[in-house]
Design a protein around this ligand. Sequence first.
Ligand code: DC
Length: 225
Amino acid sequence: MATSLRVIALDGPSGSGKSTVARAVARQLRWRYLDTGATYRAATLAVLRAGTDLTDATAIAAAVAQASIVVSTDPDRAGTTLDGEDVAAEIRGPEVTQAVSAVSAVPDVRSRMVALQRSLAGQDGAVLEGRDIGTAVFPEAPVKVFLDASPEVRASRRAGDVDTGVAAGGDVAADLARRDRLDSSRAASPLQPAEDAVHLDSSSLDADAVVQRVLELARSAGLTG
Ligand code: DC
């Protein structure tokens, strides 16, 4: 089926493998790649730098409204700036990881980040990874995948990932469970599969097999030649 919106939505929890898969699919298709979590992390850093009370949704929204956030869409060159400063490393730190669920639960923050994500990705060839791409950012995406893995596999992936933002020696499984709970229970766009998403479980599939499956879905949807 031909479609004018050339977007692949890849949602799932932390450690499901979606970054690896989304980046690889974007490379293969020569499309843009957007890590939407980086936009929420940069927004969270702006809130922390402003010294904002994390229980004050109005103050959080005001701090985010002042922030200028740019995330690279080149699958071969990750990069995030906040007000022109490279913050790629800092947004993976434990302070941001600890606070990001609170900031990303604020509806005004979400509407701003969704608008930013749409403009960064465009509609003509982009793979977006996140929690609400298929439900809120691009509900009309012709390919929607919900990638999951068992809690044990996700925790061990995150533990082996230098970019987790979980403090060394911290309990990775507990941190993941905490974020899953917060991200899935918030009122605004909780982590939940779109009704028409294809579910893939990466617990026993390697990344390459998942990438091939997503590329097949893209072909069947008429997104590739
Ligand atoms: O993918 P990540 O772990 O870097 O995402 C960080 C946080 O951002 C995550 O705990 C929830 C939030 N997030 C979100 O609410 N919606 C998205 N589309 C992406 C991330």
